[in-house]
Ligand binder design. Sequence first.
Ligand code: TSB
Ligand code: ZN
Length: 594
Amino acid sequence: MSDINEPRLDLKSLPKEERLNRMRHSAAHVLAEAMVELMPEAELGIGPPIETGFYYDFRLPRPLTNEDLVWLDKRMNQSRKGKHRFQMAAISRAEAEERWAKQPFKLDLLKDIPDDGITQCTHAAFTDLCRGGHVNHTAEIGAFKLMSIAGAYWRGSEKNPMLQRVYGVLFETAEELAAHEQQIEDARRRDHRKIGRDLDLFALVDEIGPGHVIWLPAGATIRRELQRWIEDLEIDRGYQHVITPVVAKRELYVQSGHWDHYREAMYPVMEREGEEYVLRPMNCPSHIKVFQNDQHSYRELPLRIAELGNMHRWEKSGQVSGMSRVRIMTLNDAHIFCADIAQVESEVEGVLRLMEEVYGILGLKDYRYRLSLGDPDDTEKYVDNPPMWEAGETLLRDVLQRVGLEFYEAKGEAAFYGPKIDVEFKTASGKEETLVTVQVDFHLPAQFGLEYIAEDGARARPIIVHRGVISTMERMVALLIEEYEGAFPLWLSPTQVVVVPIADRHIPYAEEVAAALKAHRLRVDVDARGERMNAKIRDAQLRKVPYVLVVGDREAETQAAAVRARGGKDLGAMPVADIVAMLREERDTKALGR
Ligand code: TSB
Ligand code: ZN
């Protein structure tokens, strides 16, 4: 055995990331030290640093409990106070095999290490097989907390034994650790899956399948409002809406290139009477068939074909998540058939301006534009046609600059048929997610031999702009749930008003008030349950209903109601006619009401 200790490290001089990696790696050693004390029979796996902390895998004689975590955490803190040095040493294979003779996972790891590369790390009374990268001593490991226990197969393979993985978070300071915990707590509170359940917005049912969303009445109401709004905006901007089937012959997608480049994401083929059919993964080929249904002259271009189109994508099981990544989805889609580059430019500009308008009204701010480029070296993923990519990329870059939007560029993020501008949103959990996209496509027009009659009477090939604005209804509603924490602005709220009669004798008047509001298409419930008034008010608040109207004798006499806004603000008694006017104004202006 020979000592190979690094000279004393000046942690402060290291880049923060490396410093954190060393702290997290060292903390994993301290966790293993504590575990061996708790259960001397523990068999040790690996314990690497990870993004927000560290973990260690163990095979143990019994399942760990939360009490164990508390004990381990405490014991780790003791070890930290001990200021034990981490000491590296090179050892021979024979020494290693002897030391870990009763540690099958360590012996397994040893097989992959060359004779001259076997090193160990010792601190306090604990020694681990380790290639190094620690802090100087245990007092330098930072602020940590053991968080959870999970199952993990040895070396990630189901063929191997299942181990128990203990996770910890670790940051340099207690303040950073607290901020991280707060962030996790916020994300949990805002999680659309939780709020979606609590507010009965949608359901995911095992018998229907993962990623196949049921929109419950309240969620369907939100979706319908969004849908009406975006379709009206599109009609104003010259889009024409179509309705096309979700199933088509496999050939259609062979011709489009989806079969070659996108098959992995498609549901399998259905066969009947010698024909092969597929569920469509995208709407573009259907809209191309709309275009091809007629001859078009340059005068009709740009032709904007829109549809809330249902798409089906076989997202991998591990990736399907709530409503934000599903398998059956409805995209606020359109394909704009343009005569030339100048039209493409002005259409892309129009789309970007529409996006800005729409996100502004929804109150969304946490997003960035990304120019997503192809990769000339990857001809499997992308259509092989360098000049086409070049032209599309330059065009999109120019438009972004002209409109004055900030953006960044990313290689290898394009669609298989062309480059695109993606809108990248930051979700409540801090993850970036693509909300929508604008794509320039010279490829599909060529695949389908699209033509229009140009001004000089010759045949010319159009260029397609693919675009969404609201995104898929699923992803947008997931995002809005988290953005608003379930407290939707009035126009989107499933129930806009709850009328609460103070006593049973006020129920008829409550119904009268509700009817007056419903006459203006406001969504109103009367809470006629035999509960106490305060309980009803509290329930409405929990359901995030924007307004509660309380009615009793005085209100009935004066054709009024006592108004309480969400969040507890008391607006006092108001005549019913004034309430209607106030709510209509708030609804029709799509006020954020925050
Ligand atoms: C814009 N053909 C284009 C269309 O014309 C298209 O389908 N583009 S896409 O593949 O990028 O998908 C459009 C948007 O759908 C994406 O930007 C993304 O926000 C959303 N989306 C994609 N996959 C899923 C999914 N599994 N769940 C929810 N939304 C999704
Ligand atoms: Zn498309």
